[in-house]
Design a protein around this ligand. Structure first.
Ligand SMILES: [Fe+2]
Length: 341
């Protein structure tokens, strides 16, 4: 079985390879298997996950904490040898959570890793505000540029959220965690990550100047335009794609389309996607593995794969993580401290 196919690691400094020792995996697995469904008492559960993950060897724990707290650390972390559930029920077919999952080890791994980076948060327009997102192929979504897709290459993007302030790259998650419960049948679904530092090194000064200019409007996420806007475009204010200091660039590209405001800007957008393919890290996620994704330092993508909708399809779980909820408190809802408009 393929474990890590790092065939396109242009720069090892932008990928952190994090391996959990067997003894730590087994000890954590025993404790996570005894946990109740975590979201019902989420703040208690997050505190308990902190205790469990604190038993990691200190070097591994530091590696994960450094990933979340420093500007110069890798944009993507590949975590392997995590505990898994003894029984994994059929992959849900509707994009919603599994019903009757007998244990919550996968959820504990996802939320525990998330808690080392920041706070898992939800948005009402993304998976109804749930904190644990089930990323599974859905028949009607097969060809879409969304997390429900399968038969199309999901272009390089970061996860943005619609925001009435006109910027979609401000209140969006700082990190995503993606954890694998089940690989696709053929094992060919790859996740890619292109670090903005590597992208910048691959493009010329003229292209970079255009990417740093406010010549682009991001379209709101597919879930938002589908559920709220009747499928029409909902564009952001004009924004640059690249921002911030040269050594620590931030990058924002929407999966659901970017409107370039000049033909030159459109040309550079196409070159950007090509550059991402050249410099990206490629990972085939397997059960017991997770990706820590910095949602500002780089862009991610997914290859095509074939879904069969037979209960054995690819199944990932995902969180959206904010380093702090303070700066998105203008989106707070009344009923739940982690769920936002
Ligand atoms: Fe995404």
């Amino acid at each position: 079985m393929t474990v890590l196919t790092a065939s396109r690691i242009a720069n090892p400094a932008t990928l952190a390879d994090i391996v959990i020792p067997d003894a730590a995996r087994d000890a954590m697995g025993t404790q996570l298997a005894a946990m109740p469904e975590p979201t019902a008492r989420i703040d208690w559960a997050m505190a308990r996950f902190h205790q469990i993950f604190a038993t990691l060897p200190v070097e591994v724990l530091q590696q994960i904490l450094d990933f979340g707290r420093h500007s110069d650390t890798p944009g993507v972390g590949y975590v392997r040898n995590l505990p898994v559930d003894a029984v994994v029920p059929p992959t849900p077919g509707d994009g919603g959570p599994s019903v009757g999952k007998p244990s919550y080890v996968a959820e504990g791994v996802l939320l525990g890793l998330s808690g080392l980076l920041g706070e898992p948060v939800g948005f009402l327009t993304e998976k109804q505000g749930q904190l644990v997102h089930d990323v599974v192929p859905v028949p009607g979504g097969a060809k879409t540029q969304t997390n429900q897709g399968s038969t199309v290459f999901l272009n390089f993007h970061n996860d943005i959220v619609h925001d009435s302030i006109g910027r979609y790259d401000v209140s969006n998650p700082d990190f995503l965690v993606l954890s694998c419960l089940r690989a696709d049948h053929e094992g060919i679904a790859a996740t890619y990550y292109a670090d903005a530092r590597d992208i910048v090194a691959a493009l010329d000064d003229q292209a970079l100047e255009i990417l740093r200019s406010p010549l682009f409007r991001l379209n709101a996420p597919g879930s938002y335009v589908r559920d709220v806007a009747g499928g029409g475009e909902v564009l952001s204010d004009p924004v640059p794609i690249l921002s911030g200091p040269q050594e620590f660039p931030e990058i924002a590209v929407s999966a659901n389309g970017v409107r370039a405001m000049t033909s030159g800007a459109q040309t550079v957008l196409d070159r950007l996607q090509a550059a991402c393919r050249e410099v990206s890290h490629q990972v085939f996620l397997r059960p017991g593995q997770a990706l820590l994704i910095n949602n500002r330092k780089g862009l991610h993508a997914r290859s095509q794969f074939t879904a069969r909708y037979d209960g054995e399809d690819r199944w990932l779980q995902r969180t959206y993580v904010r380093r702090s909820q303070w700066t998105i408190r203008y989106r707070a809802t009344e009923g739940n401290r982690r769920v936002h408009h």
